[in-house]
Write a protein that binds this ligand. Structure first.
Ligand code: BEZ
Length: 263
């Protein structure tokens, strides 16, 4: 898969901005060696490095790594696949934000993560969990007439715990939670173009345009992305204001956050 790295960096900054909470959970320490797995354009790798840790940013997309290197020439970025990456010597932590749902062989990725860690080294990761973007997926499937469209890995708490334990990691924290996510200026059309257009490579530009319009029409009509979220009195988020004031979109993201330690 090929990413449009400049467009990703310009329009999808919310991806790494949401990752800043996960950095607190990582709590990187000066002198530690930490892999940022699926580092994208490198913004969180740079924040890890600011702690004094040695940060190694890995991503399987060449354009993302080129952009990360241009952004932070002093840092170490390399093209690598989560499923088979290797590090020259074991690291203190593997950090991963919004990347592991792209992995096609999650068992292989878990084995690579375990192999990269020192004993007692930690995995701190967050990505799409069970039910993530279900509203968008359902609308895409209905509009396109295709079933089982998702190329993504969105596991449950139980499924992912078993997988990590099988790879030799002890799960010490895991949580699946809703995180309504404002899609910013790019909106739903921009999100679909960046993340799902590749699923419809057979469509002409005008057919793609029609599909996007149909999904946009279907999502608020049938599923109303914002409605269930607006019912949540506990979450008076800025996200909702974006929708209400600017006619923006909020996606039904569900995150799986996990901390696991190599046994
Ligand atoms: C996510 O961050 O949950 C996500 C992003 C793009 C496609 C699928 C999921």
């Amino acid at each position: 898969m090929v990413w449009n790295a400049p467009s990703y960096q310009d329009q999808f900054s919310y991806v790494w901005q949401h990752g800043e909470g996960l950095l607190s959970q990582l709590n990187p320490q000066a002198g530690e060696r930490i892999v940022d797995l699926g580092c994208g354009t490198g913004q969180l790798t740079a924040q890890i490095a600011m702690s004094g840790a040695e940060a190694i940013g890995l991503d399987y997309d060449h354009d993302m790594i080129a952009q990360a290197q241009a952004n932070y020439p002093q840092l170490n970025f390399q093209v690598a696949n989560a499923e088979d990456f290797r590090v020259p010597s074991p690291v203190d932590a593997v950090f991963s934000n919004a990347a592991l749902h792209w992995v096609q062989q999650p068992e292989a990725a878990a084995r690579s993560i375990a192999a990269a860690l020192k004993p007692k080294g930690r995995l701190v990761a967050e990505f799409g969990g069970k039910g993530n973007i279900q509203t968008i997926l359902t609308a895409l499937e209905e509009v396109s007439g295709q079933n089982n469209l998702s190329p993504w890995y969105f596991p449950s708490v139980g499924e992912y715990s078993v997988l990590l334990e099988s790879a030799g990691l002890e799960v010490i924290y895991i949580s699946l939670f809703e995180r309504p996510t404002a899609l910013g200026e790019a909106g739903l059309a921009g999100w679909l173009e960046m993340f799902s257009q590749r699923l419809f490579s057979n469509l002409s530009p005008s057919e793609w345009f029609e599909l996007v319009k149909a999904v946009e029409a279907k999502v608020p009509q049938l599923y109303r992305l914002e409605s269930p979220l607006e019912d949540r009195k506990a979450r008076p988020t800025e996200d909702r204001k974006v929708k209400n004031q600017k006619g923006g979109w909020i996606a039904d993201y569900r995150r799986l956050r996990v901390v696991a330690v190599k046994i």
